[in-house]
Ligand binder design. Structure first.
Ligand code: SF4
Ligand code: SF4
Length: 352
């Protein structure tokens, strides 16, 4: 019998579009609050988002987990904000694990203690992804605006490594940390950890562009493409791909088997795509899923709208935009994102 990793199994379900109506991949943002205050954070600080009183309760989350497992969910991401700030985080995690879900936890790592790392290590179906914003206290805390956070993040990483928990590192490339990306990569190599970094800083969920002012220039972003062999290879592959926009976007829009639950009980296709959505407070997950599935199919049946630039762009495979980018950048799905257009033109020039 051939043995494959959970990641490869998940990819094969996703790419083959197996039984598209089964919500195989899902996730929950346990809270939009955080113990840090990063300058590039995509979560707005308004009351509407940071509303801790109306977050889903432990019992509501357990009911949802029961239901989504019954509907066929297998891969489940626990995220935020910072999910570990919830007092009941460990109970939620253990409940999800005991229901057989394969769990990925997205965290800033600063609240991971040796005790918590020991709990994670008991369950091999657990993957942790830590965002590491710098490799010096000065740079890291200039971004997080939180004293002592760098040391706590490193302690969290060490605790996970000491307990052999599966761990990946990732970093948004910002003007504030661009000078440390190579050192972060070297740190990851030393620790034998996978590392990825990305220069595309997204606007906040309400469309506020404040985080975008920390983007590096498209020219600098291309320099990073050359520094990382895996990134260069992806771009070279994309240059050889001949897809029109409809074919390209189908890879995302066909993946209706994905869902995301907000801290306040809204069921969405993903965290960034706030409509269509379904309020789970008064309904079952199954009802919400059926409704979201139908709404997503309808929305995507005619996607991208022809009047917008991305729908006729012959560089779409190289650019690889997310359908949501146009909405959060310009309020229109399929509209061009200036930063991505510039980056794409430079990539074509440099890699052809
Ligand atoms: S750690 Fe993540 S969620 Fe917290 S402020 Fe920073 S970017 Fe936002
Ligand atoms: S963002 Fe620009 S380069 Fe990218 S697909 Fe849209 S029009 Fe093309």
């Amino acid at each position: 019998m051939k043995v494959i990793s959970a990641e490869d199994f998940g990819d094969s379900l996703f790419l083959n579009g197996t039984n598209r109506k089964t919500p195989v991949w899902g996730g929950i943002d346990l809270t939009f609050s955080c113990n840090m205050n990063c300058c590039h954070c995509y979560i707005p600080k308004s009351k509407e988002f940071i509303d801790r009183e109306n977050e889903l309760s432990f019992s509501e989350i357990c009911c949802l987990i029961d239901e989504l497992v019954d509907e066929g969910c297998l891969f489940f991401t626990i995220s935020g904000g910072e999910p570990l700030i919830r007092d009941d985080f460990i109970d939620i995690y253990l409940y999800a694990i005991k229901k057989g879900l394969i769990i990925t936890i997205l965290t800033n790592g600063t609240l991971i203690t040796p005790e918590l790392a020991k709990v994670f290590s008991k369950y091999p179906n657990t993957y942790i992804e830590i965002s590491l914003y710098g490799i010096t206290t000065e740079t890291y805390e200039n971004i997080t605006k939180t004293p002592n956070s760098f040391e706590k993040c490193l302690q969290g990483i060490e605790a996970l490594l000491d307990n052999n928990v599966k761990l990946n590192l990732k970093t948004p490339i910002l003007t504030l940390n661009a000078g440390e990306i190579i050192a972060i990569n070297n740190f990851a190599k030393e620790k034998k950890l996978n590392f990825r970094c990305d220069p595309y800083v997204i606007p906040q969920l309400d469309g506020t562009k404040e985080p975008c002012k920390y983007r590096i220039s498209p020219q600098d972003a291309v320099e990073f493409d050359f520094l990382f062999e895996d990134r260069s290879n992806v771009i070279k592959e994309r240059l050889l791909t001949k897809e029109n926009s409809r074919q390209f976007f189908r890879k995302c829009t066909d993946s209706v088997c994905k869902f995301s639950i907000t801290p306040h009980g809204k069921l969405q296709k993903c965290t960034r795509m706030t409509t269509p959505s379904f309020n789970l407070h008064n309904s079952s997950f199954k009802e919400g899923w059926n409704s979201l599935y139908s709404m997503s199919l309808e929305l995507f049946s005619n996607y991208p709208p022809e009047k917008y630039e991305c729908s006729t762009c012959n560089k779409i495979s190289i650019c690889s935009p997310c359908p949501i980018d146009g909405i959060v950048e310009n309020g229109a799905i399929g509209s061009q994102v200036e930063y991505k257009c510039k980056l794409t033109d430079l990539r074509i020039k440099q890699f052809s």
